[in-house]
Design a protein around this ligand. Sequence first.
Ligand code: PHE
Length: 344
Amino acid sequence: METRVQEIRRAFDRDLAAASDKEALAAIRVRYLGRRAGLLTGLLKDLRELSPQKRAASGKAVNDLKTHLERSLEEAEARRRGSEDAPGEELDPTLPGRAQRPGTSHPITQVRGLIEEIFLEMGYALESGPEIETDYYNFEALNMPPHHPARDMQDTFYLKPHPFHPKAGLLLRTHTSPVQIRTLEKQRPPVKMVALGTVFRRDSDVTHSPVFHQVEGLVVDEGITFAHLKGTLEHFCRRVFERDLTIRLRPSYFPFVEPGAEYDISCIFCTGGCSRCKGSGFIEMGGAGMVHPAVFEKVGYDPERYSGFAFGLGIERIAMLKHGIDDIRLFYENDLRFLGQFPA
Ligand code: PHE
């Protein structure tokens, strides 16, 4: 009996030293400690057949073996857990996998793409400018000299003077209109461009965010008229909202256009007046107008020869109208329950 105990002990030590993973350890447990056919169970059974004297002598050896087997196995299992997983965290390969949700692009990105597509179709070029702008491009070249009261229409984030450009007067651009100037400076007519991008204002409520997105449009050539502006806006709005609608222009003031206007679309939610159009039948879209001669002079164009129109609109506003969203902040909270509703 003692020799069998010795043999089993040696075989167990050998097997345990060779066991490299969880499966191997489990197999050893079954082979040696298994309740039905384990080698130790066999020994215990045989022990019962022995005479009482022999049983006493062999019993201790079998018991020592049992302690050795159990302890060594437990230690080996604990070591393996420690090295393979975080403590207490075991891989259960029978659990169903966690499906990867395919991503979608953000609703603002989607609407931005649609707007670009529509203007590219109409032959516009895509332009861009910096988000950190100089006072000159954001205001002055747009006919808003220092202390001009029109600057108050846009609550601005001013930046500390740059150490290398102390006079530049840096700020976060309040609109995409500075791209008008940058484009007019770098090329000659005909100019036909749109610029889409991020703009910043010190403003925050359900329809205003301090960071939002605008589209700027500019067309300059000989013989450009207000009719071209209206036709362009109407075509664009019909395409973007995918329905027949009309444009209404109301006189308004922006220092860089003359005449200036705000434009509305006929309400896309009702025919006779609803809460979204506040009973008026029209929904505000943005600002527009004919390029002011003072702007042409700043960039060295002859205002007698050239004319042009410009317009601006908010991408969030279009996305909100298109999808019936009433709180602008939903766009920036990154809540997947919201974002998941816009499969690309
Ligand atoms: N830049 C103006 C704004 O953000 C909108 C605008 C653009 C008005 C072009 C006229 C022409 O308020």
